[in-house]
Design a binder for this molecule. Structure first.
Ligand code: OGA
Ligand code: NI
Length: 335
């Protein structure tokens, strides 16, 4: 049997293997279960000025918010969730075959739990599938063909994510006093679609689905299952449960927008816990710059007594460091 993916062997486990046991200080003990305190941003609201204020406050205070009235149909949200549940439910050999149509291996990747390229690092209770989905429509021929309607549903979904992502970035930029289109083009033209799969875990108190991190994105748009709470955000030193609101998206600010905003808004630190009862699947749309793009604090935000806080960095260079340093990258970004 193929042992590369967690989903192939977790059935055999009565306890969490040592490779996946977190050190005591990282284990998920304390959670302040106050799902209602994560702000909800209504993208369909009529009062534009109020939406801007609300969005900026949510981004500043939490770096996390739910988005409602986003215009994506419930049917498409159900379809994409079902596609990825089905995908992760296929036999390992088939998933791996569907993920490796690109001869260069760049377009899709299916892997387990690895956040740092280091075998000694504690592993996470998760399999992840990730694929490039540029707005040019390039690479579709390398996307999976199974489940059978994969390409059709995913293409529709990423088009909708691009629309919602652009809208959120336009509002954020406008709210910060930048040109609303500031993040259009190379700053956001290299999106990724990531489907995480967290199998049920025999001992959820010992392990994590994802450790504390900030995303390497401008913003992330996450679809969670409607019924399982597992995502936590760190606010003022306490973990808060981001309890799903059915058919809302969860949006978080990433490190790239933290740099662009010159620290006016911060990437939110978050983690994922596991549960003993049910598998959980999430679909994340990562809004990312092209590899060659230099990311730096927006010039209008580095004047009038607010010098740049962050270095200018090529996105590809940033990603190289991010993949080895993970959550420890932040001091390296500061000027
Ligand atoms: C991520 C992430 C959250 C989740 O993919 O970066 O934080 O609940 N996902 O899957
Ligand atoms: Ni994340």
């Amino acid at each position: 049997m193929n042992r590369v993916l967690l989903s192939s062997w977790f059935h055999d486990c009565k306890s969490v293997p040592l490779s996946h046991v977190q050190p005591p200080e990282s284990r998920p003990h304390t959670v302040v279960a106050s799902g209602n305190s994560i702000p909800v941003v209504d993208l369909g609201a009529l009062d534009h000025a109020q939406t801007l204020t609300h969005l900026l406050k949510a981004s500043h205070d939490f770096g996390f918010f739910h988005v409602i009235n986003h215009g994506v149909s419930k049917e498409l949200m159900d379809d994409i969730m079902n596609i990825f549940k089905e995908f992760h439910g296929m036999p390992a050999e088939e998933k791996l075959r569907e993920s490796s149509r690109d001869p260069n291996g760049n377009v899709c990747k299916l892997y387990t739990s690895r956040e740092k390229n280091n075998k000694d690092f504690v592993q996470f209770w998760r399999d992840t599938f990730k694929q490039l989905c540029p707005p040019s429509g390039q690479f579709i021929e390398y996307w999976p063909q199974n489940p059978p309607n994969y390409r059709e549903v995913v293409a529709k979904y990423v088009e909708e994510m691009r629309r919602v992502g652009n809208k959120i970035l336009e509002l954020l930029c406008e709210g910060l006093g930048l040109d609303p289109k500031y993040c259009c083009g190379e700053l956001s033209d290299n999106p990724l679609l990531i489907a995480n799969h967290y199998p049920p875990c025999p001992e959820p108190s010992l392990t994590l689905g994802a450790s504390k991190h900030r995303d390497p994105t401008l913003v992330t748009i996450l679809l969670q299952q409607n019924d399982i709470s597992a995502l936590h955000v760190l606010k003022d030193g306490e973990w808060i449960d981001v309890h799903p609101i059915p058919y809302a998206f969860v949006v978080n600010i990433g490190l790239m927008f933290q740099i662009i905003s010159n620290g006016r808004v911060m990437g939110a630190e978050h983690r994922v816990v596991t549960n003993a009862g049910t598998a959980r699947t999430t679909v994340a749309y990562f809004v990312c710059p092209t590899n060659e793009k230099i990311v730096e604090p927006a010039k209008p935000l580095t004047m009038s007594g607010a010098p740049p806080m962050y270095k200018s960095i090529r996105y590809e260079e940033f990603m190289k460091i991010f993949l080895t340093k993970g959550a420890d990258i932040e001091p390296l970004l500061l000027l």
